[in-house]
Structures are given as structure tokens and as C-alpha cells.
Write a protein that binds this ligand. Structure first.
Ligand SMILES: [Zn+2]
Length: 348
């Protein structure tokens, strides 16, 4: 029996070295780009592999710069942004600073962000990470170099969201009571996502136990909350970091460092922050709401300084219903779809 087995193995090796053995495209690429005086970078090209769960684009630039996508073309060569002509910088500043919303103009629903920008696509049913030759352009109000990281995990039906709990406090007790874990599991269970707790670690001596300020419309690179991720930099952990602190500004139960946030450990926007003195059920709601922001979801609607209403990009949400992205706990089918695309999800 020995000889045929060797012959078979040899045949496999030969096949593997054949002419069609060019490696598949990388599922994580890091590219350099330069925004010029027009408020846009030249096109940056990459390749989307077959069977891709989603594209997460993270643009890292100057702390004082506003960033978004100026063009975004997948394997079907359609520009999903289709930005109006002209320098986008002034319009970005108007939406972020004056209207305090930060919604980018164009056809793609995207949140302008200071310092580090994140977009996850698809974010609604009907959208698809079309494989093939793709490209993007960076839009900014600030000229200069940026780093673009693109994560394209395999669509492997990963459905677990691990959480790493950090107690930034001398005194807070472990919040992961049965009541907390059960309610958190129930909320994400609506999206068929299995939340797991990797562990609970206390971090002391940081002077960040009491967060006294917040920044609109989103936290900035120099915000107190954006200093929390550096406290646990270098940990070799999967999943999302949740920072429980002694206190947050009046009336705030939690804050996400992204909507969505960059799934890159080491980024100053990696994680969500939660007030530590909540009941188990309230803490479960706040962690679920803020983690949902970080992974994918907008509020059902936001109101700008002008009074204008900005709805989320989903068809099956409406205000005044019981919904996690208002003050309830329900997730709709479209919200469940958006959550299921996250690069932070791992196999059970
Ligand atoms: Zn919120």
C-alpha cells in the first residue's frame, strides 16, 4: 500500500506548484496615501478577495484633520461615494463642527471623523463586498500623508463577539454578574451573535477613573476617553475592549470611541467606555448600545444643531419604537445584518 500513497502525495505537490498557483489577495492591507490641496488623495488600489465578509477601511491621519472617503470603488467598478465636485474640506468642517453631525456628502453613509476614520461596508442588506480590483480616495480638510488599513475577513459565518472588561478604578466590583451576562447575551442573541467575556482586569493609577468631559459630535484624539486604550496597549486579545470607569459626565451612561470604530488594537479609538455604578440590567443595555455603535450601528436618528434630522441608513428602523439604538433593547433584521459584518467577530 505504501507506493500508491507516495505517488498520490507527489501528485498533490506538483498540482500545488502549477501555473495557476498565484497566491490569493491578502485579507489585510496597509497602504500609504497623500491628501493634496484639492482635499482628496489620488486613487489607492487594492484587491478584494472572493468570499469577503466586509471591508473595514481605517484612515489614520493628523489628530486635527477631518477624514472620510472621497471615492470607494469595489470589484464592480461603481464609485459608491460619487462625491459632488469641488474641495470637500469646507463641507466636512461644516457638518462636523457647525452641525455637529459629521455626515459625509455623497451616496455612501459615512461618518466624518477627527484623526482616525472608520468605515465598514456593507452596512445594510443588499450591499455586497464585490470581489476584484478596487480603489479608494481619501477626503480631508487637511493636506498630508495618511495610512489606510483595509481589513477584509473571510465570510466564514463567525458569530462570536469576545469582550475584554477593564475596570479603570480602585473600587468598582466585577460587573459581570449573571444578570448582566444574561441580558447582554439576550440582546445580541437577537442578531444571532454570541457575546463572550474573555476576562476582567483591573487597571489602576491612570488618573482616568473619572472622565469629566465629552466631545461633540464624537470623541476626539485628545479626549480623556481616547487615552484609555493606551492603558492596555500590547495585550494579545481578540474582541472589543470595554472600559468601566468610576464616573462619566452628568447624564452619560457610556460612550463609544467609534460609530463605527477602528477594529485595530493600539488605536486611540479602540474601545467603549461605560459608567461603573449602573445596575446589572442598565450596564448590559449600555454595553450593548455602545458596543453596537462601535461595531456598526448609528442611532435611529440624530438631530443636528440646525434642528435637521439625520436618520440611520437602514430601512426597517423608525423612531419611537423599542430599539437598542434609542433607549430600548430590540434589534431589527437590518441592524442584525450590519452587526454580523464586523471584522471583530470570531468563530465560536
Ligand atoms: Zn448612542
Amino acid at each position: 500500500m505504501r507506493a500508491p500513497l507516495i505517488a498520490f502525495a507527489f501528485a498533490v505537490v506538483v498540482f500545488g506548484c502549477g501555473d495557476d498557483s498565484s497566491p490569493p489577495p491578502e485579507r489585510e492591507v496597509v497602504l500609504e496615501a497623500e491628501v493634496d490641496g484639492s482635499g482628496l488623495s489620488p486613487e489607492v488600489s487594492f484587491t478584494i478577495p472572493e468570499n469577503t465578509r466586509s471591508l473595514t477601511v481605517v484612515i489614520e491621519g493628523e489628530d486635527s484633520g477631518l477624514y472620510a472617503l472621497g471615492a470607494f470603488t469595489l470589484g464592480d467598478s461603481v464609485d459608491l461615494v460619487d462625491l459632488p465636485s469641488g474641495d470637500p474640506g469646507a463641507v466636512m468642517q461644516g457638518s462636523y463642527n457647525d452641525e455637529q453631525i459629521g455626515q459625509m456628502e455623497g451616496d455612501l453613509f459615512q461618518s466624518i471623523r477627527l484623526g482616525t476614520y472608520t468605515h465598514v461596508y456593507p452596512y445594510a442588506p443588499g450591499q455586497e463586498a464585490v470581489p476584484g480590483a478596487a480603489s479608494l480616495r481619501v477626503a480631508s480638510d487637511t493636506a498630508g500623508p495618511v495610512r489606510v488599513t483595509i481589513l477584509m475577513p473571510e465570510d466564514d459565518d463567525a458569530r462570536a463577539l469576545p469582550l475584554n472588561i477593564f475596570l479603570v478604578s480602585e473600587t468598582l466590583v466585577d460587573p459581570t454578574s449573571d444578570a448582566f451576562v444574561t441580558e447582554l447575551g439576550r440582546i445580541f442573541g437577537q442578531a444571532d451573535i454570541d457575546v463572550t467575556i474573555n476576562g476582567v482586569e483591573r487597571v489602576t493609577g491612570s488618573a482616568l477613573e473619572r472622565i469629566t468631559e465629552s466631545t461633540e459630535p464624537q470623541e476626539a484624539p485628545d479626549s480623556q476617553t481616547a487615552m484609555l486604550p493606551a492603558l492596555v496597549e500590547g495585550r494579545d486579545l481578540e474582541g472589543l475592549d470595554i472600559f468601566f470607569v468610576d464616573s462619566l459626565p452628568q447624564g452619560i451612561g457610556g460612550m463609544s470611541l467609534g460609530t463605527p470604530g477602528p477594529p485595530l488594537r493600539g488605536s486611540y479609538y479602540f474601545g467603549v467606555v461605560v459608567r461603573g455604578d449602573l445596575s446589572p440590567l442598565s450596564a448590559a443595555f449600555v454595553v450593548a448600545h455602545e458596543a453596537a455603535h462601535f461595531v456598526a450601528l448609528q442611532h435611529v436618528e440624530n438631530r443636528g444643531v440646525s434642528g435637521a434630522i439625520y436618520p440611520d441608513p437602514l430601512d426597517d428602523t423608525s423612531p419611537g419604537q423599542d430599539n437598542l439604538m434609542e433607549d430600548g433593547t430590540v434589534l431589527t433584521d437590518d441592524q442584525a445584518f450590519a452587526l454580523s459584518r464586523s471584522a471583530l467577530l470570531v468563530a465560536d
